[in-house]
Structure formats: C-alpha cells, structure tokens
Design a protein around this ligand. Sequence first.
Ligand SMILES: Nc1ncnc2c1ncn2[C@@H]1O[C@H](COP(=O)(O)OP(=O)(O)OP(=O)(O)O)[C@@H](O)[C@H]1O
Ligand SMILES: [Mg+2]
Length: 578
Amino acid sequence: MIQKLWPYLRPYKKWFILGIICSAAEAVFELLIPLVMAKIVDVGIQNGDASYTMRMGALMVVMAVISLLIGVSSAYLSARTGQGFGASLRAAEYENIQTFAFSNIERFSTASLITRLTSDVNAMQLTMMMGMRLLVRAPVMLVSALVLAMMISLQLSQVFLVAIPVLAVAIGALLFLVSPLFRQMQEKTDSLNLDVQENLTAIRVVKAFVREDYEKSKFDRNNQDLRDIAEKANGRVVINMPIMMLVIYGTIIAILWFGGHMVQTGALEVGLLTTFVTYVTQIMVSLLMVSMMFMMLTRSVACARRIIEVLDEKPDINDSHCDSTMRVKDGSIRFEHVSFKYDPKSPDWNLEDINLDIKAGQTIGIIGGTGSAKTTLVQLIPRLYEATAGRVLVGGQNVRSYTMEHLRDSCAMVLQKNTLFSGTIRENLLWGNENATDEDIERACRIACVDEFIDRMPEGYDTDLGQGGVNVSGGQKQRLCIARALLKNPKVLILDDSTSAVDMATDAKIRTAFATELPKTTKIIIAQRIASVCDADQIIVMDDGKISAVGTHEELMQNSAIYREVYTSQKEGGNIDG
Ligand SMILES: Nc1ncnc2c1ncn2[C@@H]1O[C@H](COP(=O)(O)OP(=O)(O)OP(=O)(O)O)[C@@H](O)[C@H]1O
Ligand SMILES: [Mg+2]
C-alpha cells in the first residue's frame, strides 16, 4: 500500500523529510527542558546561586523559543505535505476516472467515485498531517524520555517494566475492539453520501413525486445508523482515557513512593525526582498519542484501499488495438454477427446475432419497444461499449482499429440521457468542437432548429444556461444537443430518441434539413414515433435484443406485424400525419 501511495508523496519529499526532522527536533527540545529545570533546582536553588539560576532560566527561555519555532515549522511543513499529497491523489484519481469506459463507471457508481475523490482523500490528508507530527514525536519522546529516565535512576525506572506492558496490552485490546467498527463507520458514511447524492441529483423528481418525507426517513435511517456505529466506536475509544489516567497516576504514585524513600536515604536528589516524574508523564502521553494515531491509521487504511482501487482500475475500452493514423473514410456501417451483454457473467445476451449493412449517407430509423436494446445497439458504433462477439465496422474498418478520439469525433452520438453544462449557449456548443466558427455554429443551429428560439433567449448565444442547462425547455435542450453534435461535422450522426420532446412539425423540419444539408452523413435515428422514421432508407425493428425486421416503411407495412401494430396504434392516437 505504501509502495502504491509513495509516488503521490514524492513531489513533496523535501517537505516531508524536513517536517519529520522538525517534529523529532521539537520532541528532543521538549525533553531537554526538564533537565535544565533539574539543574536549577539541584544546583542553583540548593546552593543559593542566583546568577546560575538566572543563566539557566535564560537558557530555558531560549530553548522554549527554539522549540516553539521548530514546532510551528513542523506544523506548517506537515500541513503543506498533507495538502499536497491529497491534491496529487485527487488529481491522479480524476485523471484515471477520465479514461474509464461506461462499464468502469457503472462498476463503481458515480456516488462512490465522488466519495473516493473527496472524503476518502480528506481522511488520508488528515492522517498524513497528524501522522507526520504525532507518529514521529511520540516514538522519539518515548524512547528519549525512557533513556533519560534510566540515566537519572535505573532503579526507579523498573517501575516502567510493569507500567508499559500493562498499557500496551490495554491499548492493543482496545484497538482490536475498535478497528472493525471504524471500517463499518466508513462504509456507513459511504451509504449516507450515496443517499444524499442521489437525492440532490434527482431533487426535481423527488419534488415532482412529493417524496420528500420518504427521502427524509431514508436519510434519517442512514444517519441514525452512522450515529449508532460512531457512538459505539467512540464509546470504546474514550475508555482509552481512564485506562491511561489510571496507569499514569498509578505510576506516578509508585515513583513518588519509591523515589521519596530514595531521596530520604540520599540516593536521589529532589530536582531529579521532579524531572523523573515529568518524563513519566511524557512517556505515558506519547503512548496515548501512539494509540490515538493507530486508531486514525485504521480508519485511513480503509480509505487508502478505496483510493487505490480507483487508481488501479484499468479502462475496459482502450486504444491498444488501434492504428493512430487510420481515418474513417466514410459513414458506412456493418454489423457482422454482433452479440453483446453488459454483464459478462450473465447467461443472457442483451443483443444477439445482429447483422446490418448501412451505406454511407443513408438515413436509418430504429424503432422498438422500451428495453428492446435500441440504445445498446447504437452504442457499439462509437465504441461506448465493445461487442462481446462479432465485429462492428465503420468506413469498412473494425471500430477497434481507430483511436477512440477519432472514432467518436467521426461518429457523433446524441445520448438519450443528455446533459448541457453550466455556461453560455455558445460555450456549450463549442464544447462539441472548440474550433467551430460563428458560421459553423449558425449552420448547425439552423439544421437543428435552434435558430427558432435562440432569438427569444435574453442574450442570444451568450445566454447563461445555469447548472446542467436548467434554463431551457426539454425540447430546446434536445435541439441544442443535436446542434452540439453537428458541430463535429461527423460522418455518422446518431440520435438516440433525441427529438422525443420536440413537436412534430419541428421534428419534420429537422429531418428535412438533415436530408438537404447532410447528404453524405449517415444518420441513425432512434425514435418512438413512426413519423420520425417512416421516410428513412431502412427502418430496423428491434424486439428483445434482436432485429425483428428491416426494410422501408412500405416493406415493413407488408412484412412486419410489430411495425404494423405500432403504426396502427399511433395512427389512432393521431401521432402520424396524413
Ligand atoms: N448499463 C447497463 N447495464 C446493464 N444492463 C443494461 C444497461 N443499459 C441497458 N441495460 C439493459 O439492456 C436492455 C436494453 O436496454 P436499452 O437501453 O438498449 O433499451 P432501449 O431499447 O434503448 O430502451 P428505451 O426505448 O427505453 O430507450 C434492457 O433490458 C436494460 O435493462
Ligand atoms: Mg434507449
């Protein structure tokens, strides 16, 4: 694990090492101060030497100031290292997530990815910051205080032979009891985050269905769970304190008892006994710090594991088979015995033995009931998913032979669940192709019928869309998404139910514009309305993951019972012109 995380700490190696040195130095200084104190008591005060006392007092002040300065530096360095380490972990995670295929993201879920990017990294950051101080300070303090105490009186130090093992056993037992609870606590935090995230993303749906109370009780349940487990964990952690105090004061009493006798017999000086007691406290406090640190470490090990999972995840789809010079020469598409399933372990195919031959420039309509795998079929063309069996060819070449970037630029897909980003309309359109000129934008907007409403927007192309494009209607959003895809000048344009919220007349206008303005582009249109596809060169009727029929409108009216049925039902519903 350390080996995996080290590269992200390496840029801050200098700060890290300096910070550790400062922490150690700070601890040493704190230990030397009681020695000077002993000198003041045993030499200065006993001999009534005021100038010696003053000199030693001054030395103590200087040492305290140095120790303070070193302490501040160590705090600064550890904060800097911790934050830097966190930032580079986040950057690495984010970068790797960008390479993920849809299937990778589904495996983690977006909510969990966000938790892993934020709260898990925060925990690591905090542990690094505290660890650099406490984990260095505590052992240094412990060992040096032990050595110094033994130097003062070996005989008296025998008390530690009893005290330290007692403490070690107590802390060990506590850690054993607490660590599984910490793991559970992290998991509960996860599910609470997931809950909040889902709720906030879908807040409009929650409000539309008036499910606030249900959502609230779901949240309360998760929140309560987290509280219970945290209470239980912390309830065990606080036992730490009384045990520590018991042992600390027990040890001090023992030392005062034995030490007192030694002072009476003249075997030990009073000042040294005071110093000895200070060391005892320091030793015990160090042990307390170590135990606290171990508890924190237990928690951050769980977080580190989750972060490493993200860092280690290999994208399911990559450019390893491609020839980077290969270009899509035209918009022809072939499916050769293509089968596909989302879950490789599932016995059922989501798409089964698909054979298709689409010529460049054709308009293809795809129709079929919900869940009949229309989206699944077209997602294989820009390689959003890869065929499990068989081959998909674009421009006469296997899609795997193109780089993903080139393929997806050539095969623009307007997704069924589409999004716009915060920013202006122009920024959103340029997101499709940053080099597009104003004329390109106007042309794309004319074809997608965006020009019909752009004049009515308060600032035209410079209107701000708000988060996720909330300022436009469903149909306007769909048209903007089509325009954004058109700006890529694609050889293949795939519209997955992209005009479902557009009125029939505008829908027809868009299709006419496609035919006249984009004669060379292969257009694949998935639709629920027969009117949207009836003038296509080929219409594919999907049924339960298979192609049920292919043909023109007239052919299908003759041959396909499903098509006829859809046609009749829509005609009755008044959904078909003429
Ligand atoms: N990401 C996914 N992971 C697992 N299964 C999926 C995934 N997406 C779709 N499916 C399953 O694949 C099947 C086909 O889904 P698909 O989205 O292709 O249907 P569709 O024809 O586009 O439906 P709609 O008209 O509602 O958009 C469905 O049974 C669905 O449950
Ligand atoms: Mg779909």
